[in-house]
Design a protein around this ligand. Structure first.
Ligand SMILES: [Zn+2]
Length: 270
């Protein structure tokens, strides 16, 4: 079950939105999966990557946050490395990235999982140490580190991803929202922080999160560097749409591709 709350406020560039992501906790197990091609994932002068400054605070060090410190002894490095991984997934070249100069990252007790707020070069990410205490009962230490990284990668994708043009905003347009949340989970899946056991038959590409994220990864098995391309489509298309995007890269409509994907999933089940 995922819950999403949107907090609207006035920012200098318009509406500031906050996404709050709740993830399903499942036991990880290994399986044979189809991983998209990663041909040029690390080309593009990544040694010049502009690591953002990380302002890290842990407000629950005396309580649930102590476990975060135990698991992640160097959070600044942990977050900076995740920034590089996310950008290598979203962009072909370091010169093309949407620049983020500073990230405020706060660990504290609250009801939820993680949330990103702010736009542009300075963003804020919250991570719930209450959630950490919750998963501690269900997961191994390595699974929890992967979960912290996976949640972080999802939120960092929001910090670095391009936004679709000509269709309103995250909080007013479902297509906009489905791309933003689907792409964030697509990056998390691509980087190996969501088990393929969570991929399911059914739903729609408009559902966002994992449903859209696994679909994007399946499309990436048909088109090299597709995650970079779907991100780049936000520059190419003046009025972004799922159909317009798939026509651009596959010369097929979104309905046809979704049907092919469903057939592929059903075959895997039999
Ligand atoms: Zn999100």
């Amino acid at each position: 079950m995922r819950l999403k709350f949107i907090v609207l406020g006035i920012a200098s560039l318009g509406l500031m939105s906050m996404t709050q992501d709740r993830v399903v906790v499942k036991k990880y197990k290994t399986t044979e999966v189809q991983i998209p091609a990663a041909s040029s994932e690390k080309s593009g002068n990544w040694e010049n990557f502009p690591f953002p400054k990380i302002n890290f605070t842990n407000e629950s060090l005396e309580g649930n946050g102590a476990y975060y410190k135990e698991l992640i002894p160097d959070p600044e490095k942990f977050i900076q490395e995740a920034c590089l991984e996310v950008c290598q997934c979203l962009y072909e070249d370091v010169s093309k990235i949407h620049l983020v100069k500073e990230i405020d990252y706060k660990v504290y007790d609250y009801k939820g999982v993680s949330a990103k707020s702010g736009h542009g070069e300075h963003v804020s990410i919250a991570f719930s140490s209450s959630y950490l205490a919750e998963v501690k009962k269900k997961m191994s230490e390595q699974q929890i580190i992967d979960e912290i990284k996976g949640v972080l990668v999802h939120e960092l994708t929001h910090a670095y991803q391009l936004e679709p043009k000509g269709i309103g905003s995250y909080s007013t347009n479902k297509t906009f929202w489905s791309l933003i949340e689907g792409e964030a989970d697509a990056v998390r899946i691509r980087l190996g922080y969501t088990p393929y056991e969570q991929r399911k038959v059914g739903g729609s590409w408009m559902d966002g999160y994992k449903t859209t994220g696994f679909f994007i990864n399946w499309l990436a098995t048909k088109e090299d560097d597709f995650i970079k391309k779907i991100n780049h489509s936000c520059i190419i298309l003046d009025k972004w749409g799922w159909n317009e995007m798939t026509m651009l890269y596959f010369n097929k409509g979104i309905d046809e591709l979704w049907e092919e994907y469903q057939t592929f999933l059903k075959k895997g089940q039999s």
